[in-house]
Design a protein around this ligand. Structure first.
Ligand SMILES: Nc1ncnc2c1ncn2[C@@H]1O[C@H](COP(=O)(O)OP(=O)(O)OP(=O)(O)O)[C@@H](O)[C@H]1O
Ligand SMILES: [Mg+2]
Length: 441
């Protein structure tokens, strides 16, 4: 199978350095083009697509700075890495001015070279992201969130309206849809971003400890309370307190929370003294709380207080047009983390991802990409995706399937549909159970 190789142009008047670089690059699976002078480099640039330029600065005749100037004009998006033996402040300044962000001094180890290359690629990508209208449309990126669907814009629109005030927000959405990311975006893109953002998962704190953890306690409030302690409310003072899984807050906490929202004050456990709090509360839930309200495990009055502004984060299957951008983001993230490089994805694999209904939403998509990055040979292909995705449809990407394989996949698919029920599966396939059993062998 063909490996994806980036083309790297190396320019140095010192042949031994060129050769060393070439050996290193080859072992890192890059394709190296060599030039001993700027003139030669320009010839190569003109008829080869170069993904990265690595150049020396001090060279006879025309120096590296001239080459950087030339490439900035003609290939502004091409990442550049400067290698030099005489690092000086002036050199550094000149190269930075010439737009080359990355710098490597001789002598360098292979590891240092590799790190510098990965960094240069990432910087080049960042520059392209900033420029490319698709990603730059200010709409496609919001805080750490990416998306371009109408549903995504609806969400970012509301974030814009609440980020600079302290209105209470309830974020609703299935698991893995990005509720916490929405809360962070509200905080970090707004006026109060320098104040703390404190995230508390109510479901993770045992009921009997919730009150003390959230509101703090006075010495002697209960056995084991050896000193006065602040809670998350005090810690978030001036900023945002994110209460995740609010449906799991104890009734005692709910009563205090209601008071905090109404009176803007709280009292520590075991204390009579009220303390003023100035915080924005963002709560999140993956149920609509109406059941909890009916069962009287969630206070209706608190529910209304919390939903001054409501943000519904839709499931991924209802905004599949966000998938390509999400995939791109995760490939970049895990490519750099696990493989030290930027990977790509085949159109077929992307299509498989877009067809799936993603019950675990963005978190499930992210995990899938994470795994695919590890499995992939450079370009993520259908074969790098989990079986349950592959068996949705078949692409002749790596040659056509045999009838036998096709049948195997289809039987598997039906079994997934019937949740393993063989009688039902046999019915659908219109074969008897024994034939199915034989096929399963
Ligand atoms: N729009 C987005 N762009 C990029 N990444 C996203 C986006 N939305 C969610 N993610 C990523 O998906 C993962 C799940 O997001 P998050 O933790 O915010 O979901 P959640 O709704 O709080 O899930 P849960 O209900 O399970 O707590 C995170 O890794 C997050 O970074
Ligand atoms: Mg969450």
């Amino acid at each position: 199978m063909a490996l994806h190789r980036e083309n790297i142009l190396i320019v140095d008047d010192d042949i031994s350095i060129l050769e060393l670089l070439q050996r290193h690059l080859k072992s890192m699976e890059y394709h190296a083009f060599k030039a001993v002078s700027v003139k030669e480099a320009i010839f190569i640039l003109k008829d080869t697509f170069i993904d990265l330029l690595i150049t020396d600065i001090q060279m006879p005749e025309v120096d590296g700075l001239q080459l950087l100037k030339f490439t900035n004009e003609h290939y502004p998006d091409m990442p550049k890495l400067v290698v030099t033996g005489y690092p000086s402040v002036d050199d550094a300044l000149a190269t930075f001015k010439s737009g080359a962000v990355d710098y490597l001094t001789k002598p360098f180890t292979k590891v240092e070279l590799k790190q510098a290359i990965v960094k240069a690629f990432a910087h080049g990508q960042q520059r392209r992201d900033k420029k490319s209208p698709r990603i730059n449309s200010a709409n496609a990126v919001y805080g750490d969130m990416v998306g371009e669907s109408e549903a995504f814009h609806k969400v970012t629109n509301i974030i814009d309206r609440v980020k600079d005030n302290k209105a209470t927000v309830l974020v609703k959405g299935e698991s893995g849809t990005g509720k916490e990311l929405v809360a962070r975006a509200i905080h970090y893109s707004g006026k109060f971003s320098n104040a703390p953002f404190i995230a508390v998962n109510c479901g993770a704190i045992p009921e009997n400890l919730q009150e003390a953890e959230l509101f703090g306690y006075k010495k002697g409030a209960f056995t084991g309370a050896h000193e006065n302690r602040n809670g998350f409310f005090q810690a978030a003072q001036g900023g945002t307190l994110f209460l995740d899984e609010i449906g799991l807050a104890s009734l005692a906490v709910q009563a205090k929370l209601l008071r905090a929202l109404q009176e803007k004050e709280i009292t520590k456990l075991g204390s009579q003294k009220a303390e003023k709090v100035d915080i924005r509360i963002i709560a999140a839930t993956n149920s609509d709380l109406s059941e909890e309200i009916q069962k009287k495990t969630f206070r209706e009055d608190l529910f209304y207080r919390l939903t001054v502004v409501e943000i519904n984060v839709p499931p991924l299957r209802e905004r599949k047009s966000d998938i390509p951008l999400l995939v791109e983001k995760f490939i970049k993230k895990y490519g750099i983390e696990y493989r030290d490089r930027l990977l790509r994805i085949s159109p077929e694999a992307l299509e498989v991802l877009q067809r799936y209904h993603w019950p675990g939403n963005i978190r499930e998509l992210e995990n899938t990409i994470q795994r695919a990055v590890i499995m992939s040979d450079g370009i993520i292909k259908v074969k790098d995706l989990p079986d349950f995705l592959k068996f949705q449809i078949h692409f002749p990407e790596e040659g056509f399937l045999s009838l036998r394989e096709m049948e195997k996949n289809y039987v598997k698919k039906v079994l997934i549909h019937t949740e393993g029920n063989k009688t039902k599966a046999a019915e659908i396939l219109q074969i008897d159970r024994k034939t199915l059993r034989d096929k399963l062998k």
